[in-house]
Design a protein around this ligand. Structure first.
Ligand SMILES: Cc1cc2nc3c(=O)[nH]c(=O)nc-3n(C[C@H](O)[C@H](O)[C@H](O)COP(=O)(O)OP(=O)(O)OC[C@H]3O[C@@H](n4cnc5c(N)ncnc54)[C@H](O)[C@@H]3O)c2cc1C
Length: 440
């Protein structure tokens, strides 16, 4: 088996190679007539930007092998930052052209410009709309679902119009290999789209689940128990998550990511514990047993499974961030894991602590120490209060920091502060792992 570092590095190498392929071909087969350095340079930037935009479809296609190398957090982070780089390259590309050949400015006149230039303008507008609605989605108050639909539409428009523009310009694509290259890129992008929207949902449709139980938990959380029908289901690494679609067909876009909260080795029954926070999560309590569900997963690298050699684990959870930890602890107890587990669990009130009783029971079966941290403790509370900070962590984490793996899942602010505190306490950065519940 190849080392994960080599696999991860080879994906990066593949990405760079594909992004630069148009440029390499441009170097091997320069334009038939010499257009000068700046024009060639501008075209090269446009080509790289366009190839990077097309590659975005691969980054978001939830390709298991890529996700297994990095985790969804890192891939989406990369997707976000690299799209800004591609955006900058695509904007600089015409700017250089306008400076080097001011007469090209008239191509901006939509009424008189040839189609290839109109397509470039439309592609750029689609790209601007895509970037603006993504960066300022919350400020613009765009709900997640319409945003996701429009994000896909803008992306398809930007890439297809960009390709149309590149093919229309022709000069640089006259040669056989250049046409092959762009047709190949267009076909791969199209295939990824078909794969994500049609092929994958079709496979999911063939493996449905039934809602077996909807159980209330403390803290306005509902546990949804699913049973596979007509197939084996899947086992997962404790801490991983899946995308759930309920009732409606998986071809619809209403899918949401949730960490499994049950034992990863139990294929017969997969459980998700969901906090009622928004329009979808508020409906979980009303889901009737017998409702059909579809799962896309498992995904994620936030799991203890990857650290079999670790002497033990420190789990730090805030609120609903307990769900992956619950799965980790349940699976460890079923497997009779003898290693020490420390759970630092921040909640608002004693009454709100999701899985309070279940965690208590797990203490009888596992080497598990639980530190509850309450923001609004009852009067007779003698335990930890306030926030999980450096001082609190110092009181409980082992002196030999590097002997444990530290897994954090909480609200963004808490994760930031805990990560910083762990750095200050000399926990090796490679031993810190985080799961973000807010992807966008
Ligand atoms: C890896 C991962 C694991 C998660 N595990 C759990 C869990 O175990 N339990 C739990 O209660 N919550 C979990 N969440 C959070 C959960 O996915 C969101 O709270 C839920 O999708 C919100 O949907 P809503 O329509 O109720 O809320 P809304 O109010 O519509 O949205 C609130 C926010 O949730 C995010 N969101 C909304 N819809 C989606 C969607 N379809 N896909 C992705 N993000 C969306 C957006 O950032 C949005 O701004 C997890 C999230 C991720 C990324």
């Amino acid at each position: 088996m190849r080392s994960p570092v080599i696999v991860a590095a080879s994906w990066i190498g593949t990405y760079i190679l594909i992004a630069l392929l148009p440029l390499l071909l441009l170097l091997v087969y320069p334009a038939p007539e010499d257009k000068g350095f700046w024009i060639d340079f501008s075209v090269a930037l446009g080509f790289i930007g366009l190839a990077m935009m097309a590659l975005q479809f691969a980054l978001t296609a939830r390709i298991n092998r890529i996700e297994a190398s990095y985790g969804v957090d890192i891939i989406l982070q990369f997707h976000r930052y690299i799209s800004l780089v591609a955006f900058a390259l695509i904007l600089i590309h015409p700017l250089i052209l306008f400076v080097a050949q001011p007469e090209t400015l008239q191509l901006l006149n939509f009424f008189t410009a040839p189609w290839r230039a109109r397509m470039a303008v439309l592609a750029t507008l689609a790209l601007i709309a895509l970037v603006v609605t993504t960066i300022w989605r919350q400020q613009l108050k765009i709900p997640y679902e319409p945003w996701r639909t429009s994000h896909g539409i803008f992306a398809v428009l930007a890439v297809s119009l960009g390709l149309g523009h590149a093919i229309g310009v022709g000069n640089y694509l006259g040669l056989f290999w250049k046409s092959v290259l762009w047709t190949g890129i267009a076909l791969i992008a199209l295939w990824l789209l078909v794969y994500v929207r049609l092929v994958k949902p079709w496979f999911m449709l063939k493996k449905p689940y039934l809602v077996e139980e909807v159980r209330p938990e403390r803290g306005n959380v509902w546990t949804l128990a699913l049973r596979p029908i007509g197939h084996k289901g899947f086992c997962f690494e404790p801490g991983q998550f899946a995308w759930i679609t309920l009732d409606i067909s998986p071809f619809r876009m209403r899918e949401h990511p949730f960490s499994m909260s049950s034992n990863g080795d139990n294929l017969e029954r997969i459980e998700f514990s969901i906090k009622a926070l928004g329009d979808f999560t508020n409906t979980i309590k009303d889901v009737a047993p017998g409702t059909k569900a579809f799962l896309d997963g498992p995904y994620g690298v936030f799991t203890t499974e990857r650290y079999e050699d670790s002497a033990g684990f420190v789990l730090i959870a805030g609120g609903i961030g307990i769900t992956p930890m619950m799965s980790i602890l349940l699976t460890a107890s079923k497997r009779k894991d003898e290693r020490p587990y420390l759970l630092i669990y921040a909640s608002k009130k004693w009454e709100d602590i999701t899985f309070r009783e279940e965690l208590n029971e797990l203490q009888q079966k596992l080497d598990l120490k639980i530190i509850h941290v309450l923001r609004e403790p009852p009067e007779d509370w003698s335990g930890e209060t306030g926030y999980v900070d450096k001082e609190l962590l110092q009181r409980y984490i082992p002196k030999r920091r590097g002997t444990r793996q530290y897994l954090i899942c909480a609200a963004p602010k808490m994760m930031e502060q805990v990560e910083l505190a762990l750095h200050q306490l000399d926990v090796p950065p490679t031993n810190i792992h985080m799961e973000h519940f807010n992807l966008v």
